[in-house]
Design a protein around this ligand. Structure first.
Ligand code: ATP
Ligand code: MG
Length: 423
């Protein structure tokens, strides 16, 4: 007995209707980032496992339990990318993009994390990712945030708020770390298992805990902002001024640490409560130490990533619609010689009217059934070519979305007349 093929848990087929929405949102984002000077870069889905371990951090959720890691046929450990920043830095380094150069890059595509699948949290999900390399900020920090605010505005997304924080430079974070260790050690009997483990390895990560029972203890913990080094504090206050001037509202969330090790200074998250507990839609931050950590020169960098599935859900929750991508024309062909002529005509129309969305009836059928398909196709017009039309050198133009009568058009005038009607 054969069993039906199954999809892998947390990995979704994005069917045509959903794909339309994905593509629409991605195209809006693409054109906005292009208008700010960002260029596309396409990256492999696989990288050496070591790369992620070194950069994201051994004690982060991603590296500890979420990576899809396997040995290839050569015994090398490879990992499906869980995020895009690290691959982007690797690509910049291996292609010499960062030598005395500034870069503004974007990439998009699937990311893979072995998480517990639920609404808004999948094992294969899509991100749109931008990174600005070689800019010290805080101007670029502000611009990246302003650019994302423009996206929400253009998409009519309102149920979203911005949280920002600064993590300072590594030295400042080290003294903050000590303060956290002292505080959390004092309340150790109230910590959950995860947090106790993190207390040893990576106490900042406790602040990132999603366990509701931990929230009160976290609320009372010392705040990074009180431990900021002077330069980072200035950087942060300049960022806030730039955002204020630009009219971008935000909340300073001193508990925002983000789940990856490589961040420094500015971190931010656009969050919504319209999507249940999966509230982070766009997250980002500065990671000035990452390239160096990977063996490159000291390089400043900052970026953000949008979770496309969550963006789609939020867009819909805000009443967003996908612009119709309906057909313009459906060609109905009946009788002796009509199909052959119709094929030629279809190509002539595609040549004459740039971008026309035209579908040929395939597989024959009666007039009635072809018209039915034309209706179902969403086309605005059906073009009807039968034996009589062939003799008369004309074609029937039948409006499918209004009660207007079908009219006959001479074949030599068809392209011109149709063009006018489709304007
Ligand atoms: P979360 O706190 O929800 O786990 P994160 O901090 O792990 O998010 P990032 O690594 O910053 O997320 O990824 C950037 C964005 O990608 C997130 O803001 C979110 O929109 C999206 N994202 C992250 N993980 C998933 C997932 N498993 N499924 C769908 N979208 C995701
Ligand atoms: Mg996560």
């Amino acid at each position: 007995m054969s069993t039906k093929p199954r999809t892998i848990r947390g990995m979704n087929d994005i069917l045509p209707e959903a794909s339309n929405t994905f593509r629409y949102l991605e195209s809006v984002i693409q054109s906005i980032v292009a208008s700010y000077g960002y260029s596309e870069i396409r990256l492999p889905l696989l990288e050496h496992t070591e790369l992620f371990k070194r950069s994201i951090g051994e004690t982060t959720d991603i590296v500890e339990k979420e990576m899809y890691t396997f040995l290839d046929r050569n015994g090398e450990s490879l990992t499906l990318r869980p995020e895009a920043t690290v691959g982007m830095m690797r690509a910049g380094m291996t292609n010499g993009l960062f030598h005395n150069q500034k870069q503004k890059l974007w990439t998009s595509g699937p990311m893979f994390r072995y998480e517990k699948p639920q609404q808004g949290r999948y094992r294969q999900f899509y991100q749109f990712d931008v990174e600005a390399i070689g800019y010290e900020g805080p101007d670029v920090d502000a611009e990246l945030i302003i650019m994302s605010a423009r996206m929400w505005q253009q998409l009519g997304i309102s149920k979203i708020k911005l949280e920002i924080n600064s993590l300072g430079i590594p030295e400042a974070r080290a003294s903050y770390r000590d303060a956290l260790v002292e505080y959390f050690t004092g309340v150790k009997n109230k910590l959950d298992e995860d947090s106790i483990r993190r207390l040893e390895q990576n106490p900042l990560r406790i602040l990132d805990s999603k366990n509701p029972d931990m929230q009160a203890i976290i609320e009372a913990a010392p705040m990074m902002l009180d431990y900021l080094d002077e330069e980072s504090a200035t950087h942060f206050s300049e960022l806030r001024t730039l955002l204020d001037e630009a009219g971008v509202t935000y909340i300073v969330n001193p508990r925002l640490v983000r789940g990856l090790d490589y961040y420094s200074r500015t971190v931010f998250e656009w969050v919504t409560d319209a999507l249940g507990s999966q509230g982070a839609v766009c997250s980002g931050g500065r990671y000035d130490g990452l390239v160096q950590k990977l063996g490159g020169r000291e390089t400043t960098a900052i970026g953000w990533a949008i979770g496309i599935e969550r963006l789609v859900a939020l867009y819909k929750a805000c009443g967003g619609q996908t612009p119709a991508s309906d057909l313009d024309v459906y060609i109905v062909a009946l009788g002796e010689g009509a199909l052959e002529r119709a094929f030629v005509l279809a190509e002539e129309l595609r040549d004459a009217i740039a971008g026309i969305k035209l579908e040929m009836n395939l597989g024959g059928g009666s007039l009635k059934s072809q018209i039915k398909r034309a209706d179902k196709s969403g086309a605005e017009f059906a073009l009807v070519l039968g034996e009589q039309e062939l003799i008369d050198g004309c074609i029937g133009l039948k409006p499918m979305r209004s009660s207007d009568e079908q009219i006959n058009i001479a074949l030599e005038e068809l392209a011109e007349k149709l063009k006018q009607k489709l304007l």
